[in-house]
Design a protein around this ligand. Structure first.
Ligand SMILES: Nc1ncnc2c1ncn2[C@@H]1O[C@H](COP(=O)(O)OP(=O)(O)O)[C@@H](O)[C@H]1O
Ligand SMILES: [Mg+2]
Length: 269
């Protein structure tokens, strides 16, 4: 692909209020859509956007324990409700991207892929490849997954990006969240926690146990799982990832325009 391929995640912690069920942050979503467009309009990189679910799908996912699989009579109803919640948030994100000028097009994981014990095992990416070829911007998202072992699971945007990265080989992965990077402790609980500039599989051995879970309701595990998933990815695919705070105005735009090291870089070496 000419100009390269960048994956961008809009964290559920940013686009929703994770402490309030079904509460999106429209003003922030609008300005993020504008930041994406203003860095993308005069450049030739391809973009895949993924967004977290925040307080949309995590509300039914928590109630029906969807991440644990089929655990009771109501689990199947849970699958349908999680898909509904995730896709409703997706329509909101896509509509703001369209309004900003992006040729955004929705990609629904739950109806397209198969998981096995929470990991994606098959997903035909022919459609996404054609979208990219046409200059469309696929917008995928954390969703419920149909799982051939446990019936259902929750797929984080990071898990989805890992599968896509193995097959599409992006040049960069930008993980936008609501903290300035990965710290030696949860920065929301420990004001003295130090930011870690670069994480590699080598230095991660001494760091990973310091990382904590998510803010608010989130069944996918928060920062520790995020970093562990990205470390697994960079071991396998040579791609530079960066976790940064896109709730701060202008940060996403700067990163998309090529600035590195605003947050925490995760890479192979
Ligand atoms: N060591 C850490 N460094 C940074 N953030 C951490 C750390 N430990 C826990 N967190 C928490 O992880 C949250 C980000 O993870 P998560 O809630 O899953 O965000 P997202 O919705 O963007 O995926 C932050 O809001 C922060 O409170
Ligand atoms: Mg998360």
């Amino acid at each position: 692909v000419v100009g390269g391929l960048i994956f961008v995640k809009l964290g559920g912690s940013v686009i929703t209020d994770k402490k309030k069920p079904f509460t999106e942050r429209r003003r922030l979503i609008k300005s993020l859509a504008e930041e994406i467009y203003s860095s993308h309009r005069h450049s030739d990189f391809n973009l895949i956007i993924g967004h977290g679910g925040g307080s949309y799908p995590h509300t039914p996912a928590g109630r029906y324990q969807t991440h644990k699989g089929i655990v009771g009579d109501e689990s199947t109803l849970g699958i349908a409700l999680v898909q509904d919640a995730a896709s409703r948030l997706n329509r909101i994100i896509v509509s703001y991207l369209l309004e900003a000028g992006e040729k955004a097009i929705s990609v629904q994981p739950s109806s397209a892929l198969v998981a096995s014990n929470g990991r994606i095992v098959s997903w035909d990416l022919a459609t996404i490849r054609l979208m990219l070829k046409l200059g469309l911007v696929p917008v995928t998202y954390g969703d419920v997954g149909l799982d051939q072992v446990k019936g259902c699971c929750i797929l984080s945007t990071e898990e989805i990006f890992c599968y896509l990265a193995r097959h599409l080989k992006p040049d960069r992965i930008i993980i936008g969240t609501d903290v300035d990077g990965v710290y030696e402790g949860d920065p929301k609980k420990d004001k003295d926690a130090k930011k870690i500039p670069i994480i590699t599989p080598k230095n991660a051995v001494n760091l990973i146990h310091l990382l904590g879970g998510a803010g608010g309701l989130d069944v996918t595990g928060g920062m520790r799982t995020k970093v562990a998933t990205l470390l697994d990815l960079v071991r396998e695919v040579d791609v530079e990832c960066e976790v940064l705070n896109i709730a701060r105005r202008g940060v996403l735009e700067k990163a998309l325009k090529g600035e590195r090291g605003i947050g925490t870089i995760i890479r192979r070496e």
